[in-house]
Design a protein. Sequence first.
Lengths: 193, 251
Amino acid sequence: MANILIDGLKERISNAFKINQSIGILLPGNNYSDLLQAIFEHIINQPEDAWIYVTVAKPYDILLKQYSFLPDANNIKFIDCISRAAGILRSDPNCVYIESPTMLEKIGLEIMNMFKEVDEDVKKYLILDSLTNLILYNDPGIVTEFFYHIVNITRVKNIHTISLAIEEEGLEKHLNRLIYLNDKILRVRDSFI
Amino acid sequence: MENEERLVEENRICKTGIEELDIQLGGGIPVGSTVLVVGSSGSGKTTLCMQYLINGANQGERGVFFTITEPLFKLTKNMEGFGFYNKKLIESGMVNLIDLRIISERLGLDTEKYTVEDASALLDILRDIADELNVKRLIIDSITALCYRLQTKEMIRDFIFKLGSSLAAMKCTTFLTSEVPPMTFQYSQYGIEEFISDGIIFLGDYERKGDLLRTFQTVKMRGAAHSRSKSAMVISAKNGIELVPLLKSRE
């Protein structure tokens, strides 16, 4: 069942990436791990593209442990916004650590600084994981402003953006407002795949 | 852009070398300006000044940094962690670091309070050093500590005015750091420094959910069509000071 789900997700993600500049993926919490699996498998199968993964949900270390093929991938770098706030002190050349998920301006700056190091002709992708977690640490208004800013600047710089939103009770109004800033929205449901 | 390059060539603007700041200033600081860099402890005043000085040296402009608030070994040790720091620029004399307290001692000045004659002697030595080294960028860190030694407001006004005028004549662009208490909106301890300065850069703090973000704002810059917008200021070992628009949604 899990493999069918992941394969279905991979296909949908792959097709959406080809066409759209920015994609929002709205999913229930129980599909979150499968979605990450699908995204990371898609990334390692596109070694010529450059990816930046901003994690506000899971520490970088946990991602490395859960997806054991990740350390071998040369085309993805991470911005970890959660480890420092959780008291995890580690450094890794493949990851930039931000002190707190409230440092939104710094997150934006690090994204652009990392992409500056990528050759002009390489396809660039940004994954924001997740809008839900950003709202948990910040007021929704400021997350909206941040996301507007990110979507606009990445469009100008020709960077594809994929933002995840995990459905959570009480946050639907904010998540819907944010997710609709994207060109394309994928709603993940077990029954649709 | 072409206009900006022409102004740099004509020696009319001094590029700080901090990309976003130069954009905000419409290219850079008018040459010969005296700029007050205001902020509380930890706001990034010294780092901003040092980066400005080193960026200038990299463009071929000699600079001098007069420190009063911390010994030279501490200053250099703190700067060694930054990517912009280049020891060779100091060894070659492009960047000169001078402890003003040592100069004061050598001049036989009272270390606590200066008389009018003391202040005049100090002013002369600062001008002589700037002239002899042919510096185009000069820092006094901090003007607050120096003003503390001047006994009246008139002396402070006279000192800063004469210093600024002399350095402007040498086409030297000066940064004076001004220490203020945290979370306050004042530009100086003595209420005079800002009126004699050509520019004011205010480094502040902004609290978001208990975390402190650094902010940057150019309050005044005579002769420059500058932005007065507040930016978030990020200091990193790799890039030093970087500015990004501050998110302003009401929290």
